[in-house]
Design a protein around this ligand. Structure first.
Ligand SMILES: *Cc1c(COP(=O)(O)O)cnc(C)c1O
Length: 225
C-alpha cells in the first residue's frame, strides 16, 4: 500500500474520532514511526506530506537524520541510554521517553538549547513497560525546576497490547487526567500541554481521549519495507 493511501485512511479515522469527541483534527500531530522501514519508504511518507518522523534507536535516528536533516521535525520515542544522549541531543526536536532523573541530568548537561520532552508514564502498571509511575509525575517535575534546558511539553504512554477497548480508554483517560493536573500547577519547566499516546492499533481511542501526538508505524509506513 502506498503511504499516501494509508495516510488518507488514518486521517479519515481521526476525523471520525474527532467528531465523536468534539475535537479539531488540526490539533493532532501524526508522527510517522519509521523504525522498521528504509530511507526510500520514509521518503514516500515525507512526500505524502508527513512533517514529523519518529525513531526509537539512536543508530536508526542518525541514519535518517543524515538524510532528511531539518526538513522534518524529529521525535525520539524509544528508551534512551544515558551515554547516547550526546549523539542525538542537538538533532532531535522532541524526546518522548524521559523516564528517569539521571537521563534528565544528562540531557540538561549536554543540550545547547532547551529540549522539549515528554515524560513517559507507565499508566498500565505492566512491568515490561518503561516510564515512571503516575504518582511520581508531580514530584519528578518538581525536581526538574533547576534543569533549565528541559521543558516538559507533555506526557507520553504506551498502552498494553490489548483488544479490550474499555481498558485502552481507561489508560488514555488516566494520562489525560494526569496531564490536566500537571498543567494546573503552572510549572515554569512544565507547560505540559500535550499527550503523546496512540499507535497503529489504538490511535482512534487515544484521539477520543485527547491525544495531541499519535505515533504510527506499521499502519502508515508498514513494518518491513
Ligand atoms: C514502534 C513504536 C510505535 C509505533 O508502533 P506501531 O504499532 O507500528 O504503530 C509507537 N511508539 C513507540 C514508542 C514505538 O516504539
Amino acid at each position: 500500500m502506498d503511504v499516501s493511501q494509508n495516510l488518507a485512511e488514518i486521517k479519515a479515522e481521526i476525523e471520525v474520532a474527532c467528531r465523536k469527541s468534539n475535537r479539531n483534527p488540526d490539533d493532532i500531530t501524526i508522527i510517522a514511526v519509521t523504525k522498521y522501514v528504509t530511507i526510500d519508504r520514509t521518503e514516500e511518507a515525507v512526500n505524502a506530506g508527513i512533517l514529523n518522523l519518529g525513531e526509537n534507536r539512536q543508530e536508526g535516528f542518525i541514519e535518517k537524520y543524515n538524510h532528511f536533516g531539518n526538513h522534518v521535525s524529529w521525535h525520539f520515542i524509544g528508551s534512551l541510554q544515558t551515554r547516547k544522549v550526546k549523539d542525538i541531543i542537538d538533532k532531535v526536536d522532541y524526546i518522548h521517553s524521559l523516564d528517569r532523573l539521571s537521563l534528565a541530568k544528562e540531557i540538561n548537561k549536554r543540550a545547547s538549547a532547551v529540549v522539549n520532552c515528554f515524560l513517559q508514564v507507565n499508566v498500565s502498571g505492566e512491568e515490561s513497560k518503561h516510564g515512571i509511575q503516575p504518582e511520581e509525575v508531580i514530584p519528578f517535575i518538581e525536581k526538574l525546576a533547576d534543569y533549565t534546558n528541559i521543558r516538559i511539553v507533555g506526557l507520553m504512554t504506551m498502552a498494553p497490547h490489548s483488544a479490550d477497548k474499555m481498558l485502552l480508554h481507561k489508560v488514555f483517560r488516566e494520562l489525560r487526567e494526569l496531564r490536566d493536573k500537571v498543567k494546573q500547577e503552572n510549572y515554569q519547566q512544565a507547560p505540559c500541554e500535550f499527550l503523546s499516546m496512540g499507535m497503529s492499533n489504538d490511535f482512534d481511542i487515544a484521539v477520543i481521549e485527547g491525544a495531541t501526538h499519535i505515533r504510527i508505524g506499521s499502519k502508515l509506513v508498514g513494518s518491513n519495507m
